[in-house]
Write a protein that binds this ligand. Structure first.
Ligand code: FOL
Length: 213
């Protein structure tokens, strides 16, 4: 079974986006995203799995996300990932027309050109929903969420929300309920020092969390 990790920055009401982009600009938070998704042992790389809207939200100069195998899901098989006149990409990028096909590709990671260390689902809302719904008995399962909780302000103008995986009472109290890992566990899994407690950038307060099931 291949394990998947969701990484997301979300407000207390699960807001994640506005007008096709992130509602905030948090450079240290973005550095955390880049570092944790890039960090892999010598000779391997991590994969970042994303929906087409998320791919389009990434600034041109960071596409494809460097040092990671980029996997984009779009039902449009003719979708042009990069403009014809774009420079030759420095990181691998693959298009899949559905999640199953993308996950199948991950499980044969030699076809991605390198050994895949970890696979991250980086958004957006519909891919978070679809991957959270995978059952443990299927080939792939989300067993970890790296949640950056945006505490304040509320960012009530968000127009995209991630599924309420913690408040989902369907699983509450059951064997596969989500539990919050300690900060030490987060750091150990990350493999580098992660700031603990409430962080503040540009007047935005947030906290790095890890949830497991
Ligand atoms: N998870 C967390 N914790 N924070 C996020 O901002 C986030 N964003 C997405 C998914 N999960 C997240 C999706 N959106 C880039 C831009 C948007 C984006 C994801 C990544 C991006 O440009 N990343 C560059 C770093 C750019 C920089 O250093 O400013 C990268 O190399 O990862």
């Amino acid at each position: 079974m291949s394990r998947l990790t969701i990484i997301v920055a979300a407000t207390l009401s699960n807001g994640i986006g506005q007008n096709g982009r992130l509602p905030w600009r948090l450079s240290k938070e973005m550095q955390y995203f880049a570092r944790i998704t890039s960090n892999a042992p010598e000779g391997s790389v991590n994969a970042v799995l994303m929906g087409r809207n998320t791919w389009e939200s990434i600034p041109k100069k960071f596409k494809p996300l460097p040092k990671r195998a980029n996997v984009v899901i779009s039902s449009n098989k003719q979708y042009e990932l990069l403009p014809a006149d774009a420079p030759t990409p420095t990181a691998p990028v693959f298009l899949h027309s559905n999640l199953d096909s993308a996950l199948d590709r991950l499980s044969h990671s030699e076809r991605l050109g390198a050994h895949i260390h970890r696979a991250f689902v980086i958004g957006g809302a519909s891919l978070y929903q679809e991957t959270l719904s995978l059952s443990q008995s299927s080939g792939s399962f989300v067993d970890r969420v790296l949640l950056t909780r945006i505490l304040e302000p509320a960012f009530e103008q968000c127009d995209v929300h991630m599924p309420d995986f913690l408040g989902d009472k369907v699983h509450a109290g059951q064997a596969d309920a989500w539990t919050k890992a300690s900060h030490a566990e987060l750091q150990e899994w990350a493999g580098f020092e992660v700031p603990e407690g409430v962080q503040e950038e540009n007047g935005v307060k947030y906290e790095f969390q890890m949830w497991i099931r």
